[in-house]
Design a protein around this ligand. Structure first.
Ligand code: R5P
Length: 287
């Protein structure tokens, strides 16, 4: 098999290649003056099982288009199978209509991947696991939960409580609480507008406990700030926050320097600017 990186994921692919004991394949990805994408595989992919790694991180539309064109080029060059590894599946938060006349953008992404001829999708901690059903090809849905668990066990956190920041994360939080043998709490929130949240209820005991919040995405950091405020109001200690996808739009990294947050644990599913502040730990999903 051959492993190629799109322009969003070169460091992750280097780490993956190290684990696999092979070198990433050579592909030239460029832009015409007009902004259109150009792709050229600089070695033969004929009959190869091709793995293309591309996170749908910022700028998501460029990365998506690039991936589609990489798939097309590989298919036309007679690759045997085309497997796309999408560590962060952008548009996953638009997986259903919440209001009339809205799109289901995650389905559009799935349809585009089908159309260009993808044979398999490998992805990680989908915002909504039901997105698996948008595909009629095999999809491997991996999770970073084991990485977080290992990390947290070593921390030996006293009096912890695993917190699901919303109804969508309950199953994941419950699993983490079981692995760590701790109680868990669930927060309910409403969203006055995009990237804003306000906590309405907390079910479970958090007073004088150390919350371990399990999130899928930190985008602007707006949600997490409201979650922390909600927990502090109920008398919780400083929290650990685990989030698989550091989308980090705008000044999210600065926002995470917030009273009530002890540590933020993220993965390299999205590229992040280095060096990171000390309170942010980066775990690699390459293995
Ligand atoms: C939404 O339900 C997600 O799980 C995240 O809570 C949300 O997307 C994070 O976005 P932001 O950091 O912009 O609030």
């Amino acid at each position: 098999f051959m492993l190629f990186s799109g322009s969003s994921s070169p460091s992750l692919v280097d780490r993956m290649a190290d684990h696999l004991g092979k070198s990433p394949g050579k592909v030239r990805i460029g832009r015409f003056k007009s902004g259109e994408v150009y792709v050229h595989y600089e070695e033969s992919v004929r009959n190869a099982e091709v793995y293309l790694v591309q996170s749908l991180s910022h700028p998501v539309n460029d990365h998506l288009m690039e991936l589609l064109i990489m798939v097309d080029a590989a298919r036309r060059a007679s690759a045997r199978t085309i497997n796309v590894v999408i560590p962060y599946f952008g548009y996953a938060r638009q997986e259903k209509k919440d209001a009339p006349r809205e799109p289901i953008s995650a389905k559009v992404v799935a349809d585009l991947l089908h159309t260009v001829g993808v044979n398999r999708v490998i992805t990680l901690d989908l915002h909504a696991p039901a997105i698996q059903g948008f595909f009629n090809i095999p999809l491997d849905h991996l999770t970073a939960l084991d990485l977080f668990t290992e990390y947290l066990v070593d921390k030996k956190i006293s009096n912890p409580v695993v917190v699901s920041p919303d109804a969508g994360r309950v199953k994941t939080a419950e699993k983490l609480a079981t692995y760590l043998d701790t109680p868990f709490a669930v927060m309910l929130k409403k969203r006055p507008s995009h990237n804003q949240a306000s906590v309405t209820h907390i079910v479970g005991e958090v007073k004088e406990r150390t919350p371990i919040i399990i999130e899928d995405i930190i985008d602007t950091g707006g949600t997490i700030v409201s979650v922390i405020d909600g927990l502090r109001e109920k008398g919780a200690e400083e929290a650990y926050l685990c989030a698989t996808h550091p989308v980090f739009s705008g000044n999210a990294v600065e926002k995470l320097d917030y009273p009530g947050i002890r540590e933020v644990v993220i993965t390299d599913s999205c590229p992040v600017e280095q060096p990171l502040p000390e309170r942010i730990r980066l775990l690699s999903v390459a293995p």
